[in-house]
Design a protein around this ligand. Structure first.
Ligand code: PHE
Length: 453
């Protein structure tokens, strides 16, 4: 089926769509609790380092694979390797991983929907501050509401994808990011002025190197990959909609910087509130759902209307941020089904909805009725998150840099990076070195130290 492929309409659209994919629950929900679980500022430091030295080269490699092959993530590897059997198979990982991630990601999306609904009824404004944390536990362990919310959220994202790349994905990303930025900033200001917030600020700024273990590196790198949507086909897929004239170094760096900025903003918005609320920073996946409502309920005692309005907008912003990310995951599978099996966009969307809806339901139930179904002590949800962000993502990201660094001819890589010799020529050798040596070696070393130690 040789239908004409869609394309993003220009630089801003590319950055917004990629940043939309990158900035999501990974920044607002996952980053703060990873920082909390893995030693505060020391983790942040390693995180920034690995973003610059490892993630950025991987990001570039993925954009190149997409743009060069001009097809979905699985077929990209097959096409560019001239159908080498290894890459034919490896390419399937780029479909498997986003499917798994989309499944549990939309569960958290569903939590945000529930919290949005709750804030619309002013529920946090009137709650006693120490009750909100308990409410969260009660909610996620109840069986059906979270499942329903998960399906609603997934359905909404699939709906946008069904609208296509330009009129669905691109339009949607353009509105969401600025709104999100303003809202996070607002929460941040309030949060750092809470009594007792100072401890949270220094937790993010003062590294305690004794907390640093080989694990920290693995988790920081995994988080950085997750946050930049790497190792899961999303950037390859979006890269395939980028035009040949785009300067990919500029778009990639723009995306990475905004992602980092959002993660830090979210950290400073959440951590001080965590400390002010006396919540354990290592509380895990529920962290923002326990702390942010606390902030709102505190604020509600003095400024009920403001608190009510901001809480509604905040959860709405989270929903939107999560949507732009989930959309990029759904698009991976849909573009694959369309191009490989000749399905229509609509039918591809239905298939993805059915698969991720089912898997996600299991993840959601693992907080309640299926809590006892564990593997190596992990619930289904935690297992998927761990497996994806600490194992599969790393494997796939490694394969992507190896592919660009060692399988594609240098001439092709140079051509992609410099747009046929017109831009960034001078720094190409340095970037090529990072892609060929630094990123793969770092990923391998970190991966193995994590498993051996
Ligand atoms: N990067 C997104 C986030 O930080 C998550 C995501 C992962 C999106 C993988 C797309 C692909 O929330």
């Amino acid at each position: 089926m040789a239908a004409k492929r869609e394309k993003f309409g220009g630089r801003l659209a590319v950055i917004l769509a990629m940043a939309g994919s990158a900035i999501g629950l990974g920044n607002i929900w996952r980053f703060p609790y990873m920082v909390g679980e893995h030693g505060g500022a020391a983790f942040v430091f390693i995180y920034i380092l690995s973003t610059v030295l490892i993630s950025l080269p991987v990001f570039l490699a993925e954009v190149m694979i997409g743009r060069r092959s001009h097809t979905n993530a699985r077929d990209a590897f097959a096409r560019l390797s001239r159908h080498h059997p290894f890459w034919q198979v490896a390419g399937y990982l780029t479909i498997l991983i986003p499917t798994l991630i989309a499944s549990y990601y939309s569960v958290i999306g569903g939590w945000s929907v529930e919290y949005f609904v709750k804030s619309c009824s002013m529920s946090f404004v009137h709650a006693a501050p120490d009750q909100v944390s308990g409410q969260f536990v009660q909610f996620v362990s109840s069986s059906w509401t979270p499942v329903l919310m998960h399906l609603v959220f997934l359905g909404a994202c699939v709906g946008v994808v069904a609208g296509g790349v330009k009129s669905g994905i691109e339009k949607f990303s353009k509105v969401s990011l600025p709104v999100l930025f303003v809202l996070i900033l607002f929460i941040l200001i309030y949060s750092v002025t809470l009594p007792g917030a100072g401890a949270g600020v220094s937790y993010l700024l003062k590294p305690d190197w004794s907390e640093l273990t080989p694990r920290t590196f693995a988790y920081a790198m995994g988080q950085s990959f997750f946050s930049l949507s790497l190792g899961m086909g999303a950037i390859i897929t979006y890269g395939s909609y980028v035009s040949k004239q785009e300067n990919i170094l500029a778009t990639s760096t723009g995306t990475a910087v905004s992602d980092l900025l959002f993660a830090m903003l979210a950290g400073f918005a959440i951590m001080p509130a965590v400390f002010a609320a006396g919540i354990e920073p290592g509380a895990g996946p529920g962290l923002i759902f326990q702390t942010v409502p606390y902030v709102f309920s505190k604020m509600g005692a003095r400024l009920p209307v403001l608190s009510g309005v901001v809480s509604v907008l905040f959860f709405l912003a989270i929903i939107v941020a999560a949507m732009t990310s989930l959309i990029s995951l759904v698009e991976v599978g849909v573009s694959f089904l369309m191009e490989r099996y000749g399905m229509s966009r609509g039918r591809g969307c239905l298939v993805v909805f059915a698969v991720c809806g089912t898997l996600g339901t299991l993840c959601s139930l693992s907080f309640g009725p299926l809590a006892d179904a564990t593997v190596a002590g992990m619930r289904i949800f935690d297992l998927l998150d761990w497996l994806c962000s600490n194992v599969l993502l790393l494997v796939m990201a490694l394969l992507s840099v190896l592919f660009v660094g060692w399988v594609l001819p240098r001439r092709v890589v140079r051509d992609e990076f410099t747009n046929g010799g017109t831009v960034n020529e001078r720094i190409f050798p340095a970037v090529y070195f990072l892609i060929r040596w630094v990123a793969p070696v770092a990923v391998v070393v970190i991966f193995f130290t994590n498993f051996i130690l």
